[in-house]
Write a protein that binds this ligand. Structure first.
Ligand SMILES: Cc1cc2nc3c(=O)[nH]c(=O)nc-3n(C[C@H](O)[C@H](O)[C@H](O)COP(=O)(O)O)c2cc1C
Length: 216
């Protein structure tokens, strides 16, 4: 069962700040495309923005020119999911659904046209804010318009339960077969006595109270 999260918790849901992702898009006629991305990063906390880089000639970039919406789906670090990530990363012809090829299931999104992927526990529905062509790549930055998660994968404060979401990262190009898990948490103190600690904590308290007051 997927549950949509309040805006206050979107930032925590995309933790760690960079994740292996499967990005879904649609073309102008609504055909669904999916592609794997190792460069997907959360680039602002509040509001939440997510960025990735793709090749301008590939279907994801072309679809974003036609329909400026995408969904970032975060797969788990398990063999079956990562094998599907590799299938999705193959160069299928335009119009072929990578989700069908990888035997993954679509689920309608609430705020954008591209679907979510049922088998991924976390989803970020995004609208393109800006793109920049750069070194033969296109950087895409999207504003999150909704975020949803499998109900059993977050606690009541919106923090992810790490051994259920099993965040995965990609070890680096070429786009082959090495992945790394990132799901150990540690809450740490600040071993420093200066006035900056209290100033920092006060500003964080104020920021958080403002967000709560705004009902986000
Ligand atoms: C694990 C993995 C990570 C990838 N990361 C990226 C990436 O960050 N940027 C990129 O342009 N392509 C990346 N790729 C390659 C694209 O997924 C691939 O070019 C895909 O065919 C593009 O699909 P599209 O034409 O449907 O957009 C990755 C592939 C894999 C398997």
């Amino acid at each position: 069962m997927k549950q949509y999260q309040p805006e206050l918790y979107w930032d925590r849901l995309f933790a760690p700040s960079s994740c292996l992702a499967v990005i879904t898009t649609v073309d102008a006629s609504g055909r669904v495309n999916a592609a794997s991305y190792g460069t997907c990063t959360r680039v602002n906390h509040n509001p939440v923005y997510i960025a990735f880089t793709c090749r301008p000639e590939r279907d994801t970039a072309r679809n974003l020119e036609e329909v400026g919406e995408f969904v970032v789906n975060l797969p788990r670090f398990d063999r079956e999911s990562l094998e599907k990530v590799r299938v999705i990363g193959l160069p299928f012809a335009r119009g072929v659904s990578e989700l069908e090829k990888a035997k993954l299931t679509e689920l309608a999104s609430e705020t954008v046209r591209p679907p979510r992927i049922v088998e991924c526990p976390r989803h970020f529905e995004c609208k393109v804010e800006w793109t920049k062509d750069w070194m033969g790549r296109r950087m895409v930055v999207g504003k999150v318009t909704a975020a949803s998660v499998d109900q059993d994968c977050v606690d009541e404060n919106g923090f992810v339960i790490w051994d259920r979401v099993k965040s995965a990262h990609f070890c680096g190009a070429p786009y082959h077969n090495m992945f790394v898990a990132a799901y150990e948490t540690m809450s740490v103190g600040v071993p420093y006595d200066g006035p900056e600690v209290e100033a920092f904590e006060e500003s964080e308290r104020r920021l958080w109270a403002n967000l709560e007051d705004a009902g986000r």
